[in-house]
Design a protein around this ligand. Structure first.
Ligand code: PLP
Length: 400
């Protein structure tokens, strides 16, 4: 009897984590490496949030809690949805997990049966298709294109829906492209969903607060209130609050779905870290001024990276509305040969050659379902970004 399950054969490890690990290995071996792979802010968690965690420890709030979150955090989540998204939820419609990833995973585990399809727009966050496969469902990829700045159109969504579609996963601003849907663009998608009452909506709003140039974030249940009864709105503190390591994500939706997700969590991880939950209460209820300060830095870095990449031969980079990623196309270098002698046949070869020849680590586009591209995370210092983009320019200019 073989040791490993058949389910695991269907999934691959996260390519973003693989790139980060490879960059760290090269660095440890003494190479001059600039990592643009990791999807986490380089800012520290704000002091008032850390203080709340220290107080929780001092007060002995270090034991098990209710499986899917303490009352105080669920109330803070309800207040957040009301304040920021005009969505009304009661605490029994809220679930808290160990990160946004676990929230999504619980929801898929709780709902997918064999043959159920999940529509995922590409480019997508690397984990969506593999989580669907792990949960026994079938990912259906709906390709967006660079012409619409990587945003899915109503026709593309319509074409992907079948009688077997259970979920549509929506993510704006997006990882990996940073693209954000305006109210009107999202309304076109929710109009399609209104014509298909069997389809549920999983909205991953993880980058809600990381939006620039006056972009106004919106979420499906807000844009189309008639979708409220079949929408799971998910979010978390990881990105906007620089709390990736604290592992707190949350969601709100119909009571039956939330209860099913609680059941999954009760037989897997139990409650998310108690101390982190108290820190998240402070994150959601406390002052948010630092987000605007951080966003000023992010927007400056985004502009720097977009300008420098567009100045590189063969690269074309749209200006995204949010998150901390850009997703340039490299169609102009496909077929060329690098100075180190590598024929650039696809974006994976491009990313490997870039790392080996220049020490710049990026994630290749095929990992996100749209090629030929690569993802840059600009959540790192201006100096590192300038140096990395200069190396990318030289790398492209020296191709023949
Ligand atoms: N959703 C998106 C789009 C993400 O990019 C990420 C993290 O990279 C997550 C969810 C998961 O966040 P967390 O670290 O809270 O699990």
């Amino acid at each position: 009897m073989k040791l490993l399950s058949d389910t695991l054969d269907r999934v691959k490890p996260s390519p973003t984590i693989a790139v980060t690990n490879k960059a760290q290995e090269l660095k440890a071996a003494g190479h001059d490496v600039i990592g643009l792979g990791a999807g986490e802010p380089d800012f520290d968690t704000p002091q008032h949030i850390k203080d709340a965690a220290v107080v929780a420890i001092a007060m002995g709030k270090t034991k098990y809690t209710a499986v899917d979150g303490i009352k105080e955090l669920k109330e803070a989540v309800c207040a957040k949805f009301k304040r920021d998204n005009k969505l009304s939820y009661e605490p029994n419609q809220v679930s808290v997990s160990s990160g946004g990833k676990q929230i999504l995973y619980n929801a898929l585990m709780a709902t997918l049966n064999e043959g159920d399809e999940v529509v995922i727009p590409a480019p997508y966050w690397v984990s969506y298709p593999d989580m669907v496969l792990l949960a026994g469902g079938t990912p259906v990829i709906a390709q967006a294109s660079v012409q619409t700045n990587y945003k899915l159109t109503a026709d593309q969504l319509e074409a992907a829906i079948t009688p077997n579609t259970k979920w549509f996963i929506f993510n704006s601003p997006s990882n990996p492209t940073g693209a954000g849907y305006t109210w009107d663009e999202l309304k076109e998608l929710t109009d399609v969903l209104m014509r298909h009452p069997h389809v549920w909506v999983m909205s991953d709003d993880m980058y809600e607060f990381l939006a620039y140039d006056g972009f106004k974030f919106c979420t499906p249940a807000e844009v189309e209130p008639r979708l409220y009864d079949r929408t799971l709105t998910t979010n978390g503190v990881s990105k906007a609050y620089a709390m990736t390591g604290w592992r707190i994500g949350y969601a709100a939706g119909p009571v039956e779905l939330i209860a099913a997700m609680r059941k999954v969590q009760s037989q897997s991880t139990s409650n998310p870290c108690t101390i982190s939950q108290w820190a998240a209460v402070e994150a959601l209820n406390g002052q948010h001024d630092f987000i605007a300060d951080n966003n000023e830095i992010f927007v400056r870095r985004r502009n720097l990276v977009v300008d420098m990449l567009n100045a590189a031969e063969g690269i074309s980079c749209p200006v995204p509305e949010g998150a901390f990623y850009v997703y340039p196309s490299i169609s102009g270098v496909i077929g060329k040969t690098s100075a180190g002698g590598t024929k650039i046949e696809n974006d994976e070869i491009f990313a490997n050659a870039l790392l080996e020849e220049t020490g710049v680590a990026v994630v290749f586009g095929a990992a996100f379902g749209l090629s030929p591209n690569f993802r840059v995370s600009y959540a790192t210092s201006d100096e590192a970004l300038k140096e990395a983009c200069a190396r990318i320019q030289t790398f492209c200019a020296s191709m023949t």
